[in-house]
Design a protein around this ligand. Structure first.
Ligand code: NAD
Length: 299
């Protein structure tokens, strides 16, 4: 098998993954709708393809990192999709698209003898740049053998959670429902602390030495909220999409997820209230309604 790997979707996350793969010394071909993002990767040594289909004519393995289930469906099975490519055999889907979309795309690709490897990632672009991404993978044994060297090249930790595409998406939805719910709750409660008179930096330091700590208070507050940089690397749109997917799929299983559902509404309202592409750490501003109650200051 040719060792050149194709990357489709070069945004916050896909760009960081492709860069990590290039840095490890591998050959890559890339495609994104954004010419600017293609040029950025080409400047680092990647070869640019004219479409997803064209890219799939030239490589055996493709890694996709796309913003929505609809985008993943178009890239996999659309008119210019990878399903029409002459060479591709394995499609590693790192996007968060949920169980149902993943199963549909896997079944569609199987018609073209292309194996979908369900492999969403956790960690954000900063973790990707440090080689510390966590990959959750669901794939049959033969596909795992082919795909794991590629996945391990851009991941710090890789977990095989099952054989059926969709299982890794389920694991990713659990993770993101927890992560995004906790971030929303951390924003709400931190604003209370500052309104009550606490210094924001001291308060977060105390929380991080106490039982209320989480990835929100340990990573996101120090990196992007307390310094008011709002540059963690995921959009409000992506966060709203992930929590909505969790609620939709849990409800399809007949579960009562009214707690997470309320938090999903908060993200959905935040998405509708401003630029959906702004960083998801700006959620804190949704709670900072009094002019003198601001959690942190520019460093
Ligand atoms: P993003 O919006 O920054 O990037 C998406 C990229 O896909 C864009 O560059 C866009 O131009 C490209 N694209 C869209 N449609 C396309 C098409 N038809 N053909 C080719 N390119 C296309 O999003 P992101 O933050 O990089 O997230 C991508 C995926 O990774 C999402 O599913 C997200 O849930 C997941 N994810 C993101 C993070 C994060 O922290 N940003 C972390 C883990 C997982």
């Amino acid at each position: 098998m040719d060792s050149t790997v194709g990357f489709i979707g070069l945004g916050h996350m896909g760009g960081a993954i492709a860069e990590q793969y290039l840095k490890a010394g591998h050959k890559t071909v890339v495609f994104d709708l954004s010419e600017k993002l293609m040029a950025k990767l080409a400047a680092q040594g990647a070869q640019a393809a004219g479409s997803a289909r064209q890219l799939a004519d030239s490589v055996d393995i493709i890694v996709a990192c796309l913003p929505s289930p609809a985008a993943s469906h178009a890239v996999a099975l659309g008119e210019q999709g990878i399903c029409h490519g002459r060479k591709v055999k394995f499609y590693i889907e790192t996007s968060t698209i949920g169980v149902m979309a993943c199963k549909n795309i896997a079944a569609g690709l199987a018609q073209y003898q292309i194996q979908m490897i369900d492999a969403p990632v956790s960690g954000g672009p900063r973790a990707a740049a440090q080689g510390k991404l966590t990959s959750m993978v669901a794939a049959p044994a033969a596909a795992w053998d082919q795909a794991s060297p590629v996945i391990n090249a851009y991941s710090g930790k890789t977990f095989l959670v099952g054989k059926e595409p969709g299982l890794a998406q389920a694991c990713k939805l659990v993770n993101n429902a927890l992560s995004l719910s906790t971030l929303a709750l951390a924003c709400e409660t931190a604003v209370f602390g500052v309104a009550a008179g606490l210094d924001a930096h001291t308060m977060i330091e105390v929380i991080n030495a106490s039982s209320g700590r989480s990835a929100a208070t340990q990573d996101k507050f120090p990196a992007s909220i307390l310094n008011r940089h709002f540059d963690y690397g995921a959009s409000v749109r992506t966060a709203a999409k992930d929590l909505a997917l969790f609620v939709q799929e849990a409800q399809a299983l007949g579960m009562d997820v009214s707690g997470t559902s309320r938090l999903a509404d908060i993200w959905k309202n935040a998405e509708a209230a401003g630029d959906p592409e702004r960083d998801f750490t700006t959620l804190i501003q949704h709670y900072e309604t009094a002019p003198d109650v601001i959690v942190g200051r520019p460093a």
